[in-house]
Design a protein around this ligand. Structure first.
Ligand code: B12
Length: 215
């Protein structure tokens, strides 16, 4: 039953069917399925399939857009469930989160924000296509412990380095640590640009953030 549901979730993304994706998410919540499992084992399988087909030239931009919309619809249903898990905890720290300039991919970044919120962080999500100076200004304004930078394009990863270098120059790196992520981002890249942390997924992002605020 759960196995079939996970397959149907993946299929709803592949078909770009936002209604089906949202309905399955509602059914999953009613059935008591772990919302994170629904995302990672269900919907993400579909997202990866569409991404691979796009890379091979088997599907085109409209399919990518529809897959993104379907994924957003599913996450919108599951988000409150994810947040509930951390509703009563005290604040672990303040995180400013953004997708870097030139990049409009928001789903993974928002998922990281949801998971950090659920874990007890106070998250300031600045959205997508955010210039370095706006990210840094917000981090200073709220006294962020962590800045989280998402990049989904090989052409925008470079912006992560720009934020880090600017923060270095301004002497902000001691108080505010920087974590990076996004599909093309690797541990190797994170080390090269001297980020303080990296994770390939939202669960790992929470673990890295917790380590960093501990000391
Ligand atoms: C949906 C999608 C879109 C949607 C985005 C909708 C939206 N509102 O976000 C739309 C249609 C808008 C889009 C546009 C484009 N896209 Co697109 N897109 C995707 C797709 C299929 C899925 C991305 C996604 O949402 N994944 C689901 C989430 C949950 O996963 P995630 O983002 O990876 O996030 C997880 C981790 O990476 C990590 N993480 C993410 N951020 C952070 C941050 C921190 C701090 C940490 C620690 C961790 C972390 O945790 C997240 C949760 O587990 C990917 C394929 C893929 N497999 O990634 C292509 C993909 C990223 N897109 C691609 C391309 C080329 C484009 C376009 C240039 C297409 C075009 N010709 O216009 C444009 C770019 C527009 C722009 N300027 O940004 C390429 C990038 C190739 C490259 N090497 O650069 C990909 C890889 C597809 C492919 N295989 O070719 N896209």
């Amino acid at each position: 039953m759960a196995e079939e549901m996970l397959k149907a979730m993946a299929q709803s993304i592949v078909e770009g069917n936002a209604d089906a994706a949202a309905n399955l998410a509602r059914q999953a919540v009613e059935a008591g399925m772990n919302p994170l499992e629904a995302i990672t084992k269900g919907y993400m399988a579909g997202v990866n399939e569409v991404g691979d087909s796009y890379a091979c030239g088997n599907v085109f931009l409209p399919e990518l857009v529809m897959a993104g919309e379907a994924m957003k619809a599913a996450v919108a249903v599951l988000e409150p469930e994810l947040k509930k898990q951390g509703a009563s905890r005290e604040t672990l720290g303040r995180v400013v989160l953004a997708t870097v300039e030139g990049d409009i991919h928001e789903i993974g970044k928002s998922l990281v924000g949801t998971m950090l919120t659920a874990a007890g962080f106070e998250v300031y999500d600045l959205g997508v296509n955010v210039p370095a100076d706006a990210i840094i200004a917000k981090a200073e304004e709220v006294g962020a412990n962590i800045v989280g930078l998402s990049a989904l394009l090989t052409t925008t990863m470079i912006r992560q380095r720009e934020v880090i270098e600017t923060m270095d120059r301004m002497g902000l790196r001691k108080r505010t640590r920087v974590i990076v992520g996004g599909a093309p981002v690797t541990k190797d890249w994170a080390q090269r640009i001297e980020a303080d942390g990296y994770s390939e997924d939202a669960v790992g992002a929470v673990n890295v953030a917790k380590q960093l605020v501990k000391g």
